[in-house]
Design a protein around this ligand. Structure first.
Ligand code: LLP
Length: 437
């Protein structure tokens, strides 16, 4: 499963962005996150092309929670993408990167007063309102004649088939104003009567790592139906509809997510058909993918520190364990969601070598399998292992568990590697500690 610019060189090493992965591991140390700039940019362009060729007034907003740092902000700005931030920290990162604030919209189920203040002071594009308490909080922060552009997040009550922890638009979701209980309508009515709010439209996001396009169509139908109800009752037509992110990516060769073109086709056609049905003026569209823009552009390199033969009775895991120098602190997804990944032996990447099964585990003080069953050529201590598709929700969810410093990240392109996130130092790990006395 080669992704992006991945290939193998004459030494039999994995290459990415024209760089030898084994050399990267030597030069920058391991664990190491590697981001394939061409692959990332290619996905940004594929999204713009897929949507804007069908509907020119579509805005692609990158969901920064997938992975945000100064370099990523610069790239998305260059690619003409807008940005979705979900916290004061993400907003701060974007502003420090010089990312244009008017292109930013802010999400969050609990934006604190400080975060709302930060958004207002930076004059970001839009605040996406999530609940009644937040409406009141934002009103209390606005000066008498200060205005702010807002959208209303609606829980469309669509059950997307994905891991329950990353489903967000269903009946029991904590996110947004629900449709059935009338909250979405009440919130709209309230927002429309506040002269300091400029309502841009409605937003929904049904979840993440979703492969069934029907769920996106269903959400689109629910949103247009809701918008039509509001138009009939309040005479307000939404100029913008934001249908969220959530498209699945390839973690293993068994994954076959729909193409961006197929997603665009379903969303745009459903939106058009539903608007035509009600005679609703077609709103501009926003989509906000995170994972499907950046996940496949990222890999993590680890070094094998021990090979253990563990005789056991289980059939579902191999008896040879590879212990690598990372794990749950740089990628909690296998433990949190039972997420499956694909690994390559970057030191012996030739596709025709005979393979045997390995269980790849991290070095933390608990059982933290990274991959339960990996088929690799004979692997030895010192080999470099590459875990694919770690561009999204790995670094962004990393921790200092066991007081490990967070790994570095390099951006690779055409044979050049550039350090974009420094490896944390041990001193940085303790920098906020204070002595007891
Ligand atoms: N918009 C909103 C409002 C969201 O909450 C999210 C993701 C996105 C867009 C982007 O979704 P994407 O295109 O990346 O699927 N930590 C989990 C994923 C959590 C997703 C949270 N929201 C994981 O590692 O799978």
């Amino acid at each position: 499963m080669w992704l992006g610019t991945q290939s193998v060189n004459e030494l039999g090493h994995l290459t990415i962005g024209g760089c030898d992965a084994v050399q990267l591991a030597e030069q920058f140390g391991t664990p190491l996150y590697v981001l394939d700039e061409a692959a990332f940019r290619e996905r940004c362009r594929a999204y713009r092309e897929a949507f804007q060729s069908r509907k020119p007034d579509t805005q692609i907003a990158y969901a920064g929670k997938a992975l945000l740092n100064l370099a990523v902000c610069q790239i998305i700005a260059e690619e003409g993408l807008a940005l979705d931030v979900a916290s004061g920290g993400e907003l701060y990162t974007a502003l420090r990167a010089g990312y244009p604030p008017e292109q930013i919209h802010m999400h969050g189920v609990y934006k604190t007063e400080a975060e709302l203040r930060q958004a207002l002071d930076a004059r970001i594009g839009t605040i996406v309102l999530d609940n009644f308490d937040e409406i009141a909080r934002l009103q209390s922060l606005l000066a008498p004649h200060e205005t702010v552009r807002v959208m209303i997040r609606v829980a469309p009550e669509v059950e997307a088939s994905t891991h329950p922890l990353i489903r967000t638009g269903q009946r029991d979701s904590k996110f947004g104003f629900h449709l059935m209980n009338g909250d979405a309508e009440r919130a709209t009515a309230q927002v429309l009567t506040e002269p300091r709010f400029q309502l841009k439209g409605f937003h929904c996001h049904i979840g993440s790592q979703i492969s069934e396009l029907d769920a996106f169509a269903e959400a689109t139908r629910a949103m247009v139906a809701f918008a039509e109800t509001i138009r009939q009752r309040y005479g307000y037509a939404a100029p913008v509809l934001n249908l969220g992110g959530g498209l699945a990516v390839r973690y293993t060769p068994d994954d076959a997510p729909p193409s961006v073109g197929a997603l665009a086709e379903v969303m745009v056609q459903t939106l058009r058909a539903e608007c035509a049905r009600y005679g609703y003026p077609e709103p501009a569209l926003v989509v906000e993918p995170g994972r499907s823009l950046i996940a496949e552009a990222g890999i993590t390199l680890y070094r094998v520190g021990a090979v253990k033969h563990v005789p056991h009775e289980r059939r579902d895991i191999p008896q040879t364990y590879l212990i690598v120098d990372g794990g749950v602190s740089d990628n909690p997804r296998p433990q949190m969601y039972g997420a499956c990944y694909t690994a390559l032996n970057a030191s012996r990447a030739h596709p025709h070598l005979p393979r045997q099964p390995y269980r790849i585990l991290g070095k933390h003080c608990e059982t933290d399998p990274i991959i339960e069953w990996a088929e690799l050529p004979e692997t030895r201590v010192g080999d470099v292992i590459a875990v694919l598709t770690t561009g999204a929700y790995a670094y962004s969810m990393s921790s200092n568990y066991n007081r490990y410093p967070r790994p570095a990240m390099v951006l690779v392109r055409e044979g050049q590697a550039r350090l974009i996130v420094q490896r944390e130092t041990l001193e940085a790990v303790i920098q906020h500690d204070l002595p007891a006395r």
